[in-house]
Structure formats: C-alpha cells, structure tokens
Design a protein around this ligand. Structure first.
Ligand SMILES: [Fe+2]
Length: 387
C-alpha cells in the first residue's frame, strides 16, 4: 500500500450496529426509527424450527404484518418475486431479515423490488440504484458472511441458470442487530466454516489490490478476534462471550471486504461451490492457505500483518517467514476446528479441477488479487495443491 500521495480510496459503512444480549428486543424501536409501520419478516423454515422467529415477532408486536419463509438454501429470482407479491398484498413498508446469507440476500433483492418495481435483473451490476431502498433491519443467525453490512447480493436466476449480481451502497441493511443468543444454537460444523468465511474475508481484504488503512484496521482486528474466539465458539457453542465476539469479528470483516473487496480465494471457492456444492466457508478454509502461498511473493508484508494479528510473528522473523507462519497458523486453526484440509475430502473430483480453474477466471473477485492471475493453468496449480 502506498504510504504517499498515491493513496486514494472510498470507504463507507452505512449500517447501524446494535450489539448485545437481548439486542433483538430493540427491533421495534429500530423499525419505528426508520419510519416503518408495517413490517414483513423474511426467514426460512430452519429458523422457524429453532423458535427464534417467535422472539422477533414478539419484539415487533403489532408492527409485524406477515412472515415470508419459503426460502431455499440456494435462493432465486422467483423467490424474491414471490416475497414481493406477498409484501405488496400486505402493504409492507419495512423488512426484517432473520437468517443466514440466503435469507439476507433475498431480502436485499426484495428491498429493491418494493422500492423500484420492475425486475431484479434490471438492477444487476455496480451502483445501479440512486436512492435509499426499502428500510431493512438484518438479524443474522450465522457469524461469517458479513452480509449484514455488505453492499452485495447474489440471487440465482434458475430459469436462465445465471447469477444476478447486485452491488450497491444502497443494498447495505439500515441496521444490523447482533445478539449472541441468535447464533448460540449453531452446530459446530456450521460455526466452524462460517467463521472461516469471515477469516477469509479479513485476510483477502488485507491482501487486496484495493486495500486501504481503514479496511485494514477492521480486518486485522477481526483476525485477532477470530483466532481467539472461533475455537471457543466451535467447542463450546453456548459460550455467549465467544459467540458475540465472533459476530463482531464477522461484521468487521464484512465492513472491510465490502470496501476493499476479496480475491483469488473467493473466485476459486465460488467455482467449487457452483460445480460441486462445497459449502462456501469449507471451500475458503481449504483454499486460503494455498492462495496465500501463491500470492506470497507479491505481498509478504501483508501476510506478516496477518501473522502479527494471529500472534505468530516472532521478532526476528522476516516478512516472508512471518507470512509463512500465518499460513501455517491458518492451517492449524482449520484442523483444530475440525474442518477438512483438502478438496478431495469434500468430493471434488481431480479431473474437474481444470474446468473449475477456467470458471474462476471469470469471477469478479479475481481482479483484486494481489498477484495478477492471467491463465487457467495458474489457478489449476493452486487447485492441485489444495486437492
Ligand atoms: Fe465469503
């Protein structure tokens, strides 16, 4: 990063954060503060079974006029359209999303349709909106995606087998409510891989070509928190202190990467996710160390910062040595929390790696990778190392 007059960047994080035990009790006050009087809760069937929905409905009281819960794991344009139809029939003026990435992305899309009308694909691309959208309060039930503060949403158009990518400052939820009790029931494996997604966001924000000091500060503190509190969250799910610190870390990492962007790890993780359904965080956890080794020559100083944040840099270490220590520490963390370390363990066939490598080249994240990636064979080498 230039420490001189070459440095220039935009940084924005418009979402109000409400954190604490019982923070969800604030949802009614926050909806009223946004001018909402008729609120739709958007969630999924899994959340309904946990009983979390009833708490939010109770907090909202008579402001809640309906619930939309028909959201599959892999949401789609048709889901957003169905939600919009219900919301219009109920004259909804505000939204509460309660769930993980799929629920939050659906609600971001819904916020656009209710405000702008038309079709979601009309708003595909970068900064296509020019005014605030339908008020949206986000209550995440995982700690990892950072979607509660990011400007992005991905919604699949199943009919055309394409992804609709939306990226706009106006997509950031107005408020994110982080209540440790909302994530304390998360099973160990999901806790582990969503946490590694957050770690990947933070590391990729630090090495991104679009890195800058404000995102650095957020990302590096997120790395500190994840190093300490992810193992506790996995091993003792009801440790509300650890859960809360992981929520904060994931949100800080989200603020960092939605400004600084991500890189090769995400490009490659998206490909094995699309082709073989490897959960996003699992793919990130496997690929992150190998992408760091690929990038090492381009940014050893950045990985030395990661090593410092993880507490593995010793005073006599060069940046390269410290960077290697960071890579090792990440591999050890992945192992410690019980996630697989190899692509072959998650049923990715070796013969498919070439196709995945080509697919990765067309992923938007790849342009921010610190070491330029030009050809599929470069990506293939990284896949093979991770296989
Ligand atoms: Fe991610």
């Amino acid at each position: 990063m230039p420490h001189d007059l070459e440095l220039s960047f935009n940084f924005l994080t418009p979402t109000k954060i409400v954190f604490g035990l019982q923070a969800t009790d604030e949802v009614r006050i926050e909806i009223r503060a946004l001018g909402g009087e008729r609120t739709l809760i958007v969630t999924d069937q899994g959340i309904i079974q946990t009983g979390l929905l009833e708490r939010i409905k109770g907090s909202l009281g008579n402001l809640c006029v309906g619930v939309f819960s028909e959201i599959p794991q892999d949401t789609g344009v048709h889901v957003v359209n169905a939600a919009a139809e219900l919301a219009r029939s109920l004259k909804v003026d505000s939204l509460v999303s309660l769930g993980g990435g799929s629920v939050i992305d659906t609600t971001k899309g819904l916020a656009i349709l209710l405000k702008e009308g038309g079709k979601l694909e009309n708003y595909q691309g970068f900064q296509m909106l020019n005014r605030p959208q339908t008020p949206h309060i986000c209550i995440p039930t995982t700690a990892g995606t950072g979607s509660e503060v990011t400007f992005a949403a991905v919604v699949k158009d199943h009919a055309r087998n394409q992804k609709v990518l939306l990226f706009d400052y106006h997509l950031a939820p107005n408020v994110a409510i982080l209540d440790p009790q909302m994530v304390s029931g998360l099973p160990p494996r999901i806790t582990a891989f969503t946490g590694m997604d957050a770690l990947t966001h933070a590391v990729e924000a630090v090495h991104s070509l679009q890195r800058e000091p404000i995102a650095d500060a957020l990302a590096l503190h997120a790395i500190r928190l994840i190093t300490t509190f992810l193992p506790h969250s996995v091993q003792k799910g009801d440790d509300l202190v650890a859960r809360g610190q992981m929520q904060i870390a994931a949100t800080m990492a989200g603020m960092a990467f939605t400004n600084a962007m991500v890189g090769l790890v995400h490009a490659m993780a998206h490909s094995v996710g699309a082709r073989f359904g490897v959960p996003h965080g699992v793919a990130n956890a496997i690929l992150l160390p190998h992408c760091m080794r690929y990038n090492m020559g381009a940014c050893p100083d950045r990985y030395a910062l990661v090593a410092e944040a993880m507490g593995v840099r010793e005073s006599e270490m060069s940046d390269e040595k410290a960077g290697e220590a960071a890579v090792t520490a990440i591999e050890e963390l992945t192992q410690r929390i019980g996630l697989p370390g190899r692509l072959r363990e998650v049923d990715v066939p070796k013969k498919a790696l070439k196709d995945c490598a080509e697919l990765s080249l067309s992923d938007g994240s790849i342009v921010y990778n610190p070491k330029p990636v030009y050809e599929g064979k470069e990506v293939l080498k990284v896949y093979e190392a991770a296989w």
